[in-house]
Design a protein. Structure first.
Length: 621
């Protein structure tokens, strides 16, 4: 098993920390390789890193100490790159002496980093631009404790964690806990492209990098395509190690592209790993086989079963330090486990392509709804909206039903209408949660957080504003933790060539119409790779890596029992209404197993998380 890399430490609280505290903190991270723990220790600080030398380093120069992990690279003004973490750490120390926190401008790739100036008693902790790597931190009297997970930070004697009810509500809303908060009061997460400074106090997160969309790019498309291909090929090559590298292959455009480029970066057939489901409408193994054959990859397959789900869920719930309800964590885990069983030490994942280049169907839908804003406001308010309000919800005339639905959604502002299909919004918070629990939370919090990120972007187009929103809520808070944590659990390293910094910058200067054109998704990406990918891959509709939760809850008694037992146990926590749980498992599930099965899954994972992280530790909610 390949141990995961991480950085941990504290400043200003050393006197009451035992010599074994660093080891205890590191041990709380799944897959931790404690034999590689490197520690720089002083009377009031510890800065430590654990992991293989290809992914972690600790360096010291005089009063400066740096700990670094991930897949960082250093790029100087002339474009020269260093990729060995120990060398990158030295470059960072040099730059830190000259420029302080501005040194992070030349640090690229995915990373978490801690820089300590002992002379000035000043600590800087930061994560990469997309938050592929993670740092959470807990301000305490006199200093701060930090690490990759809440579990690691809670292992320090000065950190206590009580559950924040607002974050439980946010979890049910988003199916994960969005940063910068965490499920614990007093523990926060550093957002993408941000740093935190610790001196006499702990600063709020400060951006050292922010997405900047340049929507007036006028370079010819052939030139842009050549640039894109070159950046993408370099990104895969940089992350292809001398040791065994494989690729996730779902059969979609991103994973197929990464698999094909991996094959070009090595001298043997690329190892590609795919997951299938014996459930109608969910299995895309045919597309994965097509891509593997097209690129001559060595294809490895595994079909996940409902019994696999029942077996894996306790370990998955224990692995996530916060409640996490993305069901595709299960197939991700089994795919990574399949790779580990074949001797693979690093997996390349295709995550990020949709969010950079416009690959999600909701983008096209929102563009269609945005056309409504072109109608003069007076006509909309005085004519269209009153007429639509009087149209029946049901009836034989489909066009009238669609018109009513269109106006109802289009008249909502962005990003509120982004969540128009949100389960909790549709069910109503008062119908889901206990009244006493609702009294502790702000139901408007999730939408307000979405609005803040949406408004903060400098993009002018609806397309790029949606992409900026998804950088945070889809990638940083959902998809990337899904993949990184499941690879840690399976014992393999993971890297994301689609999220290369140069590729991200390239995507932000690509004209919006090259990302979504009418109802057509990712036109630029597909046209640029038309001579590389199979035509069937280019033409296929996006499906994803979804688990057939609804069908399996219907057909597999042990999974249904696990869900039922979990919801019965959740009922006693006085968070979710008992009568809602009854309706959810009864009439709602019978009405639409796929739709309401998602809520059953989300609540089941909440209860399993409670059992592993609260009940076993004696923490209070």
């Amino acid at each position: 098993m390949t141990g995961s890399s991480q950085i941990i430490g504290w400043v200003g609280v050393g006197a009451d920390a035992s010599p074994t505290t660093a080891t205890e903190m590191a041990a709380r991270v799944p897959g931790a390789d404690l034999t590689t723990l490197a520690v720089e220790r002083g009377s009031s600080y510890v800065i430590a890193a654990t992991g293989h030398a290809s992914r972690a380093a600790v360096a010291r120069r005089g009063d400066l100490v740096v700990a670094l992990h991930g897949h960082p690279y250093w790029q100087d003004a002339e474009g020269r790159q260093d990729t060995v973490p120990s060398v990158v750490a030295d470059r960072l120390l040099d730059a830190f002496v000259a420029d302080g926190s501005q040194a992070l401008r030349n640090l690229h790739g995915d990373f978490a980093v801690a820089l300590l100036d002992r002379k000035r008693s000043r600590l800087i902790v930061a994560v990469d631009r997309m938050s592929i790597r993670n740092i959470v931190y807990a301000p305490v009297s006199g200093g701060v404790v930090f690490g990759p997970t809440c579990d690691a930070v809670l292992a320090h004697s000065r950190v206590s964690g009580s559950i924040d009810p607002q974050r439980l509500y946010d979890y049910v809303y988003f199916h994960m806990v969005p940063g910068p908060g965490t499920v614990y009061r007093g523990i926060r997460r550093i957002p993408p492209g941000h740093l935190v400074v610790v001196e006499s106090t702990v600063s709020e997160p400060v951006p050292y990098w922010q997405p900047h969309f340049s929507e007036q790019e006028r370079e010819p498309l052939p030139v842009l395509r050549r640039q894109f291909r070159g950046i993408l090929e370099d990104s895969v090559r940089m992350l292809t190690t001398a040791t065994s590298t494989g690729a996730f292959l779902s059969g979609g455009t991103d994973s197929s592209t990464v698999t094909g480029l991996l094959g070009r970066s090595i001298t043997h057939a690329a190892d590609a790993f795919s997951i299938g489901f014996a459930a109608e409408g969910f299995d895309e193994m045919g597309y994965a086989r097509l891509a593997a054959g097209h690129f001559g990859a060595a294809h490895h397959e595994y079909y996940v079963t409902p019994e696999d789900v029942v077996t894996a869920l306790p370990a998955i719930a224990a692995t996530y330090d916060q409640p996490f309800g993305n069901a595709s964590a299960v197939p991700t885990y089994y795919c990574a486990k399949l790779a580990a069983g074949h001797g693979i030490s690093r997996m390349l994942a295709g995550d990020g392509g949709d969010e950079l280049f416009g690959g999600n169907a909701r983008y096209a839908r929102q563009l269609q709804l945005a056309l409504y804003d072109r109608i003069p406001a007076g006509i909309r308010r005085a004519l269209l909206e009153p007429v639509a309000a009087r149209l029946p919800l049901t009836g034989r005339v489909a066009v009238l039903r669609k018109a009513k639905s269109y106006v109802a959604q289009a008249s909502m502002p962005m990003p509120d209408r982004y969540e128009s299909y949100n389960l909790l919004e549709r069910l109503g918070a008062a119908n889901v949660f206990e009244q006493a629990f609702l009294a502790e939370i702000d139901p408007g919090g999730p939408l307000r957080q979405l609005r803040g990120i949406y408004a903060a972007t400098d993009a002018g187009s609806v397309v790029n504003r949606m992409l900026a929103l998804d950088f945070r809520f889809t990638l940083a808070d959902n998809d990337l933790p899904k993949v990184t944590r499941m690879c840690e659990l399976a014992g393999v390293d993971v890297a994301f060539p689609m999220l290369n910094d140069d590729l991200v910058e390239f995507s932000m200067r690509l004209p919006p119409r090259e990302k979504v054109r009418g109802t057509r998704l990712r036109p630029f990406f597909k046209e640029a790779l038309a001579d590389f990918l199979p035509s069937e891959t280019i033409a296929k509709e996006k499906h994803g890596f979804g688990l057939p939760v609804g069908p399996w809850l219907q057909s597999h008694a042990p999974l249904r029992t696990l869900a039922g037992d979990s919801l019965a146990s959740l009922r006693r926590r006085r968070i979710v209404r008992g009568d809602f749980i009854d309706r959810l498992q009864g009439e709602h599930f019978a009405e639409h197993a796929g739709y309401y099965g998602t809520m059953i899954w989300v609540l089941m994972m909440l209860e399993l998380w409670f059992q592993h992280h609260v009940d076993r530790t004696g923490r209070e909610r």
